[in-house]
Ligand binder design. Structure first.
Ligand code: UDP
Length: 229
């Protein structure tokens, strides 16, 4: 899609488990905004191109694939990430969480431990560390060799950060955007009916009006898809 390879698997959870068995790798949850950002940011483009599993997270991506004859279901990254957390707890996988504000991370850890009691949180660190702290944090994280690493540092940073750190690592590494904010109860996810109408982006815009400028990427994306036929 617009030069990006997207997995059209009907079961992204199974595809993720299979990737783990093959030795782990990077999972990218692709939406229209990211696709356009990648065209302007070669580092992000490379991280997406080299990812091991790219899943169609946004309605725009599903629509663009549909125009090419691929009927795929939208696979929201937040749902795959949650499924992986539950699976990780059942399998005693070691889980690492990186990103979001200090308050969100604190509430997230409490909530996950209450909601998924078996979870093994080997590493949990917020995303607003002093720049000089990061090299040490990255080293500790790699030494922990987690089985599942969820990273909420925003696009493009989470993707390029994962791309740099995951090689030689056995786990699944996945950028999860605003998922920690939602799981911690700090932000709401759009109601299901909005998801069904493919207007989850509108809900996000109402919650965070400052996103309007970024969202101009959506019509630009649609235009680009139509232009390419
Ligand atoms: N975030 C972070 N450190 C930063 C910037 C963002 O931890 O320097 C977190 C932010 O708190 C949020 C997540 O990254 O939990 C996703 O941010 P946002 O919704 O802006 O990103 P998007 O995925 O939409 O680009």
């Amino acid at each position: 899609m617009l030069g990006v390879q997207v997995a059209v698997s009907s079961n992204v959870f199974a595809a993720a488990l299979e990737l783990k068995q093959r030795g782990g790798g990077q999972i990218v949850t692709l939406n229209a905004e990211m696709t356009m950002a990648a065209r302007a940011n070669p580092e992000l483009g490379a991280a997406i191109a080299e990812a091991d599993l790219v899943i169609p997270d946004g309605a725009g991506v599903v629509w663009a694939l549909g125009r090419q004859g691929y009927r795929v279901r939208r696979s929201p990254g937040i749902e795959l990430a949650r499924q992986l957390l539950v699976y990780a707890a059942a399998r005693q996988w070691r889980v690492a969480l990186v990103g979001a504000s200090p308050e969100v991370m604190e509430r997230l850890v409490e909530r996950l431990q209450a909601e998924i009691p078996q979870i093994d949180l080997a590493f949990a660190i917020h995303g607003y560390q002093d720049p000089e702290q990061w090299p040490g944090i990255e080293q500790q994280l790699q030494q922990a060799r987690p089985d599942l690493v969820l990273v909420a540092l925003g696009v493009p940073r989470q993707e390029t950060w994962i791309q740099r750190l995951h090689p030689e690592q056995p786990g699944l590494w996945m950028g999860v955007g605003g998922s920690f904010d939602v799981w911690s109860g700090t932000k709401q996810r759009a109601p299901e009916w909005m998801g069904r109408l493919q207007i989850e982006w509108l809900y996000r815009l109402i919650q965070e009006p400052s996103r309007w400028r970024r969202m101009l990427a959506l019509p630009a994306f649609a235009w680009e898809v139509l232009r390419r036929g």
